[in-house]
Design a protein around this ligand. Structure first.
Ligand code: GLU
Length: 400
C-alpha cells in the first residue's frame, strides 16, 4: 500500500519560526499590489523618500560601471568608501575612526543584523525603547535573544537614562538606540544621550546606535551622532548608518557600521559568509554621496520641514487623533485611541479598513509595539499628503 506523501508545510527553523515578517515591508507591498491593479492609492506606509537620488551620485555609479568596477570588493567595502565614511565622521563629528573599525553593508539593516548576531547568545536581554522600529526585536529573536521593551509613553516617547536603568538586569547585554526615532520622530538631546552612554558604559552594556535619520532633524532639535562622544564612552558602541534616507538611495542598499576593531572583525566574518560585500557600483555611488556637495540633503530637509508643519496642522482637524510633534525623521505617529470604536478596535483594524475603504496605506502602531497609534510617512508629495489627509478625515468622521 502506498503511503501518503508527507505534507508540504515547510519545516522552518525555530529561529525563523519565532520571527514575524516586516510590517513596514508588508505595508509597502499592499500599496504596490493596489497600484499594480490600477487603484488610486495614497501611500503613507513606506519610510522611503519620494525624491530621486541626486545626479552627482548616479554619475559616480555610471562612471564606476564604465570603468569596470564590477567585481568583488573587500568584505568591508572599497578603501575609497571606507575612507569616505571615516572622513565624513571626522569632518562632521570630530570622530577618529580607523579602517579596521569601518565596514560597508548592504543597507543599514545588514549593519544592525551583523551587530546583533555577532554579540547575542540565547537568553541575552536586549533593550529597546517602545515604540521600536519593527526590525529590531525580530533580529534579536532570530539570534535567540530576548527583546526587553522600555516604556516611554510617560515622556512622550523621549527615551531617558532613568527609564533604561529601571530595565537593566544581570542578563542585559545590549541596547539598541535609534535617534531620530522611527516611528516616533523623537530626538534624544545631546546631554541626555551622553547621560545614557555614561550609564551604559558604567554597567558594561553594548550599544547599537541606529543613526539612519541622522541628518533629518528639525530645529531647535540638534543633529547628534554617538560618534561625537569621547572614546571612553564608545568602547562598546556600534553605529549603524545608512545612505538610504539621507541621499534618497533606498534601492541601492548601502549602509555601514562603525565599531570597535574586534566587533568589526566578528561582523566581517558574518558578512564574508552572507553577502561577501555590498554591490561594487553602489559603493562608488555611496562614497560620492559622502564626498560630494551636500546641498541635496539640505533641500530634502527643507521640503520635509514644510510637509511636517502642514501635516501636524492637518492632523488636528481629524476627530479622535492627537499627535506629538516629531523632531526628526519623516514620520508622524498619531494616537488614534479616540477613533477605536465600533468595528475598529485596534490600530491594525484601523489601518486595514482605511486601506479597504479609502485606498490609503498607513502602518499600524502595533507593529512598533504601540497599539493605539499609527505611523504615517510624510516622505511623499504635498499633493499626496493633501489627498490622503482628506481621506483619513473622512474615514475618522464616519467612526464618530
Ligand atoms: N525603514 C523604513 C520603514 O520603516 C523602510 C522599510 C524597512 O526597511 O522596514 O518604513
Amino acid at each position: 500500500m502506498m503511503t501518503k506523501p508527507a505534507g508540504l508545510s515547510f519545516p522552518a527553523s525555530s529561529n525563523v519560526s519565532r520571527m514575524q515578517p516586516s510590517s513596514t515591508l508588508a505595508a509597502m507591498q499592499a500599496a504596490e499590489t493596489l497600484r499594480a491593479a490600477g487603484a488610486n492609492v495614497v501611500d503613507f506606509g513606506a519610510g522611503e523618500p519620494d525624491f530621486d537620488t541626486p545626479d552627482y551620485i548616479k554619475q559616480a555609479a555610471t562612471e564606476a560601471m564604465r570603468a569596470g568596477q564590477t567585481k568583488y570588493t573587500p568584505t568591508a567595502g572599497t578603501r575609497q568608501l571606507q575612507q569616505a565614511i571615516i572622513d565624513f565622521y571626522a569632518g562632521e563629528f570630530g570622530a577618529d575612526y580607523e579602517r579596521s573599525q569601518v565596514m560597508a553593508t548592504s543597507g543599514g539593516k545588514q549593519a544592525i543584523f551583523n551587530a546583533v548576531v555577532t554579540l547575542i547568545n540565547p537568553g541575552d536581554e536586549v533593550l529597546m525603547a517602545k515604540p521600536y522600529w519593527v526590525t529590531f526585536p525580530e533580529i534579536v529573536v532570530f539570534a535567540g535573544g530576548v527583546p526587553v521593551f522600555i516604556e516611554t509613553e510617560e515622556t512622550g516617547f523621549l527615551l531617558k537614562a532613568y527609564q533604561i536603568e529601571r530595565e537593566l538586569t544581570p542578563r542585559t547585554k545590549l541596547i539598541i538606540l535609534n535617534s531620530p526615532s522611527n516611528p516616533s520622530g523623537r530626538v534624544i538631546p545631546p546631554a541626555e544621550f551622553k547621560r545614557i552612554m555614561e550609564l551604559l558604559t558604567e554597567r558594561g552594556i553594548y550599544v547599537i546606535s541606529d543613526e539612519c535619520y541622522l541628518r533629518f532633524v528639525y530645529p531647535p532639535a540638534e543633529v547628534f551622532s554617538a560618534a561625537s562622544l569621547p572614546p571612553e564612552l564608545r568602547r562598546r558602541l556600534c553605529i549603524a548608518g545608512s545612505f538610504s534616507k539621507t541621499y534618497a538611495m533606498t534601492g541601492w542598499r548601502m549602509g555601514y557600521a562603525l565599531a570597535g576593531r574586534e566587533w568589526t572583525q566578528a561582523m566581517l566574518k558574518v558578512q564574508s559568509h552572507s553577502t561577501s560585500n555590498p554591490n561594487s557600483v553602489a559603493q562608488h555611488a555611496a562614497a560620492e554621496a559622502f564626498n560630494g556637495p551636500q546641498d541635496a540633503v539640505g533641500a530634502m530637509l527643507a521640503e520635509y520641514s514644510v510637509r511636517r508643519a502642514w501635516l501636524l496642522d492637518a492632523l488636528k482637524e481629524v476627530p479622535g487623533l492627537t499627535c506629538n510633534e516629531p523632531e526628526g525623521a519623516f514620520y508622524a505617529f498619531p494616537n488614534i485611541s479616540g477613533c477605536l470604536k465600533g468595528t475598529v478596535r485596534t490600530s491594525r483594524e484601523f489601518a486595514q479598513q482605511l486601506l479597504d475603504e479609502e485606498l490609503t496605506v498607513v502602518t499600524d502602531g502595533a507593529a512598533f509595539g504601540c497599539e493605539d497609534y499609527l505611523r504615517m510617512s510624510y516622505a511623499t508629495s504635498r499633493e499626496q499628503l493633501q489627498e490622503g489627509l482628506k481621506r483619513i478625515k473622512r474615514f475618522a468622521e464616519k467612526l464618530h
